[in-house]
Ligand binder design. Structure first.
Ligand code: NAD
Length: 367
């Protein structure tokens, strides 16, 4: 049994932690729902922690790895995104870190789709109208109309796991699909989607013929009615395809004035000051955001400007926030289960101790 392992979880991730307790791990869970201060994480590590369970709220860098030097063996991140973990520092200290890819793919993509529908069909202002008792009469076009999603063109920016899942959902709504990804292109998947589109048309399931293709960013942004962002946050210098402020004044101005932008990726992918201006000055039709440059969204954020409220939907980093997705202890269903299994794999030297073979380890390059 693994009774000598000490694990510190910076957050309660639910019943999956019982898997560790039952195996005899000495587990300490930070009890506050807010993130612990970094000083506390450092303090814990200096007492000799073997495994650290983290969330996107924790900055994991050289200082953390130095504090854990000699004892820390793994950082298990409860998320697919790991921009809070300094990969170069983890590699320098040769500490593997894991993530929870795949199990949140469908939940995140469906939330992006619902955000898009909510924005386009004006669900928020429509419900307010009803609740505020301002629905005085039925009328063909007053007080406002929404935009259909069905039959429109969407640009998918980033065709990794979540981007491909979003494509699948959009194809079901008879949308045309423009794909952009400078680093990974899944032509086999795109061909299979085109085949299903053609079959649906041939069998009379959809009236219009639809299409899907890879294009340049310029083409994607200038032609799309909807733009949905599914990239990791990559800062300048971290790769050849940085995504920091990928959406800025120039790229926002290249979108159609009627287009809607949906972001479930990471906040700093969009320059929020430029986006607030784009909404206020009608360079684009609207935006639905789940993530922000600073989270939680500050009270004085320009995105809260009442002048743009009806065209700007704001959600609390909620795209993966579904019960099974977040908390299932099954590593094939839930982030919690996958996070715990990633930690166990490293600490219990699974896969013959070959870190390269461990499915949830991200920084395999140094092992
Ligand atoms: P992934 O790694 O499978 O896919 C990301 C894709 O983006 C890759 O194909 C990559 O080539 C592409 N890419 C990289 N640079 C690009 C660029 N400059 N332009 C366009 N594409 C680029 O990751 P995933 O599992 O699909 O997750 C994507 C991101 O979504 C995560 O990194 C995370 O930050 C975010 N996310 C957010 C939530 C949420 O709750 N809001 C939930 C899950 C994931």
């Amino acid at each position: 049994m693994a009774d000598h392992f000490r694990v510190f979880a910076t957050c309660d991730i639910g019943e999956a932690l019982d898997i560790l307790r039952k195996r005899g791990y000495k587990l300490e869970v930070y009890p506050d729902p807010k993130a612990p201060p970094k000083a506390l994480i450092l303090e814990k590590l200096r007492t000799g922690i073997d495994g650290l369970i983290t969330t996107l709220r924790d900055q994991i860098d050289a200082e953390v790895f130095e504090a854990g030097k000699g004892t820390l063996k793994v950082v298990a991140q409860f998320a697919v995104g790991f921009d809070n973990i300094n990969r170069a520092d983890a590699n320098r200290y040769k500490i593997p870190f894991t993530n929870t890819a795949d199990v949140l793919t469908e939940a995140t993509a469906e939330f992006a789709f619902f955000m898009m529908g909510s924005l386009a069909r004006k669900l928020w202002p429509a419900e307010h109208l009803t609740r505020d008792n301002k629905w005085g009469f039925w009328h063909p076009y007053l007080p406002f109309l929404g935009d259909e999603v069905t039959g429109k063109t969407i640009a998918i920016i980033g065709t990794g796991r979540i981007g491909l899942a979003m494509i699948k959902k959009c194809a079901g709504f008879d949308m045309n699909i423009l794909c952009y990804d400078p680093a990974y292109q899944n032509h086999q998947y795109v061909s299979a989607i085109q085949e299903t589109m053609d079959l649906r048309h041939a069998r009379g399931i959809q009236k219009e013929k639809t299409w899907i293709k890879y294009v340049s960013l310029e083409e994607a942004l200038s032609q799309a009615d909807f733009v949905s962002v599914h990239v990791p946050l990559i800062r300048e210098g971290e790769s050849d395809t940085p995504t920091f402020h990928l959406f800025n004044e120039r790229t926002l101005r290249s979108m159609k004035p009627s287009a809607f932008l949906v972001n479930t990726s990471r906040g700093p992918v969009i320059d929020e000051a430029a986006l607030a201006m784009a909404l206020k000055e009608n360079w684009i039709g609207g935006a639905a955001l789940d993530v922000y440059e600073k989270e939680p969204l500050p009270a004085d954020s320009p995105l809260r400007d009442p002048a743009i409220t009806d065209r700007c939907r704001l959600f609390p980093h909620f795209a993966s926030a579904a019960k099974i997705t977040r908390l299932s202890p099954d590593p094939d269903k839930g982030m919690a289960g996958r996070c715990v299994q990633g930690l166990i794999d490293v600490l219990e030297v699974n896969y013959g101790g070959d870190i390269k073979k461990m499915p949830y380890v991200v920084n395999k390059e140094v092992f």
